[in-house]
Structures are given as C-alpha cells and as structure tokens.
Design a protein around this ligand. Structure first.
Ligand code: AMP
Length: 284
C-alpha cells in the first residue's frame, strides 16, 4: 500500500516541505495536470514513481491558456475523485493552488516560442501556448523537480516545453510518455466526458484516421491527407480543424514523408463544441 498523500494549497507550504525532502537527498518527479484525471494522467504518475523518490502532481486549471472563456468555464472539475485516484496511484504530494495563489496579479508574460506556437494548435488557439509556458515555468520554479513527465498526447505542448527548458536553461529533464487510449482507440482526455453518446461514437474517427495514416506512410503525403479529409467530410456535427504531418522535432509541416524527420501525424476536430486532438508517430 502507498503512504498517505499530502495535499498543499500554498506555494510556501509546498516549498518548505519539498526543501526538507531535497535536503534529505530525495529526487522529485513532477506531473502537472488540469485535473479530471483518467488513466492517461495516472500513467504519468506511475512513470514518475518509477523514476523518482517523491512524486508531486499539480492540479490547476490554468486560465491563461484558454483563449475561449466558455471552454474554461466548461472544463470538467472533480477534485474529490482526482484525490482518490492519485492516492491509489502512488502520488506522494498533490499541489492544488488557487488562481490567486499562482497569479496574484494576472499579467500575460510574452514568450518567444520560435514559431512552434504558430501552427496547428497555436493557429487554432492564439495565445494558448504562451499561457501554457507561463504556468509551466511558474510551476517548475515552485517545485524545482529533477524530472517532469508529459504525455505525447499533447505533442506540440511537449515540443514547446522542451524548447522552453532549453532556452531558459532550466535544470529539469522532460520525459515524454506514450498516449493511453480507450479500447476503441480514442485517446483518453478529460474532455471526452463532455461528448454525448453520438459524438462519442464518432470520436473514434480521429484515432482511426491516424492509424490509417500510419499504414499509408509509404504513399505520397497528399494522398494520405486527401484520404483523411474525405473521411471527415460527411460526418454530421463534426468539423476537422487540421490534419498535418510534421517534423517530430521542429514541428515543421512536411511536404514529403521522410523517416529521418521523425514524422508525426497530428489531428484536431470538433465534435459539436468539444474539441479533441490526437497524434501518432509514423515510424516507431
Ligand atoms: P491535462 O490535464 O490535459 O493538462 O494533461 C496533463 C498531462 O497529462 C499532459 O502532459 C498530457 O499530455 C497528459 N495526458 C493527457 N491525456 C493523456 C493520454 N491519453 N495519455 C498520456 N498522457 C496524457
């Protein structure tokens, strides 16, 4: 059985506790989340547990990364269930700050994200990644982990966080963890709970398109894109926002699939007002 998980609400209390642990030589693994936890999140906790002495998870629905206010309001929040799941997964410390604790003054900092924020998610959600970087940077400064664990599910976010750590010379290792899927292939996401039964059925089209793209990886990229677009064209209530095959490091959209560029197929679509994203590494 795991020991009792401690819950902290303030930065000072958390820091004091973590400082004592660090002095005692413990390594800290960190998993930042926005809550409404599922098996995808828990896989990060378990990975962190296997690579660190102490696992810290944060739950903070970050207002700075929502360009759509309605989306922020509708974002699922279930702290009691989350606490139970974390405790049962071996998480040692939960950090649950309020917005006021994290940002006593709400001031958008501006980061140069080297263009990584201008395509795909960045193009659809202006300012989103700037808000992500601002909160991740603040959380890293508070927790000062040796390693931080992120899901490949948010592939572009992962690339941007890696860049931030490099540019700011932060002493944290970023660990990328595989996507956890439902039985039918849908990537787990907190937003899936907002799908109605009809949308839930259709949502499998996202992962189907990606698996198909992987199977077609030796064909011209244009043919793959056309195939995916055609598959979405007559789905009622579904809007394909983008399908791109990008370089796995620079995120530059590719014109031709070349294994050496570690191509990754990325997709986003709206099912009613629920926006879902997914991706697949084409050669692994
Ligand atoms: P979120 O709470 O959506 O901000 O996600 C917190 C972390 O969990 C991020 O690093 C996500 O990439 C990761 N994550 C979310 N869904 C999954 C999934 N299905 N599989 C693996 N990691 C995930």
């Amino acid at each position: 059985m795991f020991s009792i998980m401690l819950v902290f609400f303030t930065i000072n209390d958390l820091k004091e506790h973590l400082n004592a642990l660090k002095k005692a030589g413990k390594t800290i693994g960190f998993v930042p989340t926005m809550g409404a936890l599922h098996e995808g999140h828990l896989s990060l906790i378990k990975r962190a547990k296997s690579e660190s002495n102490v696992v810290v998870c944060s739950i903070f629905v970050n207002p700075l990364q929502f360009n759509d206010k309605a989306d922020l309001e509708k974002y699922p929040r279930m702290p009691q269930e989350d606490k139970k799941m974390l405790q049962n997964s071996g998480c040692d410390i939960l950090f649950l700050p309020s917005v006021n604790e994290m940002f006593p003054v709400i001031k958008q900092e501006k980061f140069d994200l080297g263009g990584l924020d201008k395509i795909m998610e960045g193009a659809q959600r202006p300012g989103h990644f700037n808000g992500v970087v601002q909160v991740v940077k603040r959380l890293f400064e508070i927790v000062e982990p040796s390693k931080a664990f992120f899901g490949q599910k948010d592939f572009q976010q992962l690339a941007i966080v890696k860049r931030m750590v490099k540019v700011l010379n932060m002493r944290v290792e970023i660990i990328s963890c595989p996507i956890i899927r439902e039985k039918d292939g849908l990537a787990m996401s907190s937003r899936n709970t907002r799908l109605n039964p009809e949308q839930r059925k259709l949502s499998v089209k996202l992962s189907e398109a990606l698996f198909k793209a992987k199977g077609m990886r030796h064909l011209p990229l244009k043919d793959i894109a056309t195939h995916v677009e055609e598959n979405f064209s007559d789905l009622k209530g579904v809007k394909l926002e983008y399908f791109e095959i990008v370089n796995g490091e620079t995120l530059t959209p590719l014109q031709k699939i070349n294994k050496a560029e570690n191509p990754v197929a990325c997709i986003a679509a709206k099912f009613g007002d629920v926006r879902l994203i997914d991706n697949i590494i084409l050669f692994d």
